[in-house]
Design a protein around this ligand. Sequence first.
Ligand code: HEM
Length: 498
Amino acid sequence: MHPILVLFSIAILPVLVLLLVSTNHKPYHNGHPLPPAPWPRLPLIGNIFWYSPNIASLTAVLGRLHNSHGPVVSLWVGNKPAVFLDCHEITHKALTQMGTIFAHRPTSWFEGVNSHGINSTTYCGRWSLLRRNLSSHLAAVQHATDALRSSIDGLVKNLESAVAGTEGGVIAPSEPFRHAMFSFFSALCYGKQVDEDVLASLRDLHAEIISLIVELDAFHLMPALLKLVYYLPKWRKLLSAQRRHHVLVTALISACRKQPEKVAGCYVHTLLGLGLGEDEMVSLCWEYMNASVKTTTTALDWIMARLVLHQDIQQKLRMDIAERPSGNLVPCCEPRPRRPFLEAVVVEALRLHPPAHYLLAHTTDKDVILDKYAIPKGSIVNINLANIGRDATLWTDPNVFMPERFMEGGEGSNVNCISGAQTTTKMLPFGAGRRACPGAAIALTVLQSFVEELVKWFQWEPLERGLMEEPSIDMIEKQGIVTEMRIPLRTRLVVRQH
Ligand code: HEM
């Protein structure tokens, strides 16, 4: 045979074999069309990895699929479709009208730190018990002003010394934000201010474990076969980090157990009453810290970035705060007085920059029809909630930061992003329906309290253009489990005279 033909056969053969073995993209399930998906897809592997090997590329891939096929599309994870919704009406139907059907979570064979968490528990009695327990704990600590005060004071001090130690007061506040959030939520989780060195070890372990977990896997978007390939080389490191986390958290739990009286506002104490095993308690503490810190820190980064960018809104907010009684000095356990403009700034930032762009993976325990498409039992179902908040058919000038839209009479004034049973899903930074975030109310309180104090104590200014040879502020996103700022916030901080 001619050498060119031989070379051609060698090059073309694998493609032909691939096409032959590739699963025929049967577009129907029990007589109903399946959500459109790109082709080809391979047995056991599917095609998600082919099109989107990481979370960073997922949004772009899905954007192209939605553009050509509409609001319901799919990619295949092994032999399961991962269905993505990009339309607020269909989302509303799935999460609220068909809420119980889509309230399940996919299962995983991977026994990790998260495996006993509320978020990974399927929709059943255990989930309901744990979720009710967390919700009542969070409602009880909603006005835990002592812990809040102490974390905010610590943050203000940290920022003041950072400013004093730099030329021109230029600082990167994200790390101090994270430290303050970690200290606040750990105080609620373990019932007291955790010692600084233990806190530092816990923070490092969280960072280490998260860096070892593949982001696609966090959304159940990794075919089992690839999981094996990815995790095998990291297995020992992951097990070691999880073991060290287990030891540290068990010690904190034991300290709570030894306390003679139940400490009010301590999550671990509520868990002790439920008769859970040690692994379950460690996993629930991991979830508590993991679900709360990264999301609130990321939200605070975006809010403060917006206030740096929009000096007029920062000034208006400062004046509004000065005119009303302080929300953060109310005695413990009393509700904060309402501050509509502060609330509007926080909610507008969450609309434009929700920390999570996707929900956690949902699934169904039976075959269902959604918007004419068949969703087979066990499919992964997810929603691009960031697109809904920026949808031009729902919001005027959706890309403009305009807190006034959430003030009385504004187009967002009837939006309630806390309640699970939302009547509208015009924005859903915390999800909606049965699985909506149980931490939404406390997250909003914490964010409002932090922003109030940060604006009172400091003037947040942009860096002068050209001075640092970088734009004053870069609002481009870095996609991940949470969507952070691609270039972490840097600002010139001026301590205000009181
Ligand atoms: C700005 C802060 C936060 C944001 C943006 C946020 C967002 C979310 C989102 C989008 C979900 C997924 C909903 C779904 O899959 O349908 C979720 C679930 C969850 N969040 Fe949050 N969250 C925040 C803070 C918190 C806090 C402070 C806690 C607890 C201390 C918390 C605990 C949870 C838990 C346990 C779940 C799983 C609920 C379930 O599966 O039933 N979150 N959150």
